[in-house]
Design a protein. Structure first.
Length: 279
């Protein structure tokens, strides 16, 4: 891991089915965050789950699976990463699956030159019943689960990638650290208000403490056109479990700088990776 800190940024949105407007909001928040980050440090930016299209009918997202739309989404994200010279984890976008009636929910990962260096397909799908205005969620009706664990190796450390509901399943993160620890965990999400209020911060803090990593969590945060109410509270957690920055509701961003020296101190004093017995 580098001795130089990095800028950690999570963008919070209240996305709609209007893709152009959602991208405008992304750029607006990145440009505002840019005034707070240190240019000489690498910068990692995380977008929420479904940042480009949310709040419409789930099946409408399947329209984004055409080759033309896939290329357009890729090119827009690549240009953002290259323009602002950032590592960009683009929340989730619908991508084609072997079933023409279903998609993958995919986090595209771009380097500062705009190259797509990896992608993660959401593994755990949100099929639950909740006492809210939506009631029943069945993500598997339109989405296929992925099966590959993704960790990005960068010059400033290892970045584990998960999406939303994945945060509840520690076996995923055990797989990430089986050979060596992760330094950062990115969590694009669209947590519902009900589940977020109950569990969001507990889960983020637990993962930061368990895996002694920074957690950069970008959530949707408001009421969407289809009536869904997402929790917001995008946050950055330290490897000690401290909240470094947080935003409650609405569009905005959180930002913090990593502290490599403190990170090393935590791992040296409490070497959980060395003591881990079960995966």
């Amino acid at each position: 891991m580098t001795n130089k800190p990095i800028n950690l940024v999570a963008i919070q949105l209240v996305s709609s089915p209007d893709i152009d407007d959602n991208f405008e909001q992304v750029i607006k928040q990145i440009e505002q965050a840019q005034t707070d980050w240190i240019d000489e440090y690498p910068t990692l930016v995380v977008l929420p789950e479904c940042f480009a299209f949310f709040g419409g009918q789930d099946k409408a997202a399947l329209e984004l699976l055409t080759e033309a739309n896939q290329q357009l989404l890729h090119d827009q994200l690549s240009d953002i990463a290259n323009t602002y010279r950032i590592w960009l984890v683009a929340g989730s976008v619908p991508t084609p699956s072997p079933d023409i009636n279903k998609m993958f929910a995919t986090a595209w990962c771009f380097d500062p030159f705009g190259d797509l260096v990896d992608q993660y397909d959401k593994i755990h799908l949100f099929d639950v019943s909740i006492n809210d205005s939506t009631g029943t969620y069945k993500e598997s009706a339109t989405t296929m689960p992925g099966d590959d664990v993704v960790v990005l190796d960068t010059e400033f450390g290892r970045i584990g990638v998960c999406i939303c509901y994945d945060i509840r399943f520690s076996t995923l993160f055990n797989a990430m650290v089986k050979e060596q620890p992760i330094d950062y965990l990115v969590v694009p999400a669209a947590f519902t208000y009900q589940t977020g209020q109950a569990h969001w911060h507990h889960l983020l803090a637990a993962r930061a403490i368990e895996y002694q990593c920074y957690v950069i969590a970008a959530n949707q945060g408001g009421t969407h056109p289809n009536g869904r109410h997402t929790y917001g509270h995008s946050a950055i957690y330290s490897p000690w479990g401290d909240v470094l920055d947080i935003i409650e509701t609405g569009a905005g961003f959180v930002i913090a700088k990593s502290d490599p020296n403190r990170h090393d101190e935590i791992r040296s004093a409490l070497n959980v990776q060395q003591h881990r017995q079960f995966f």
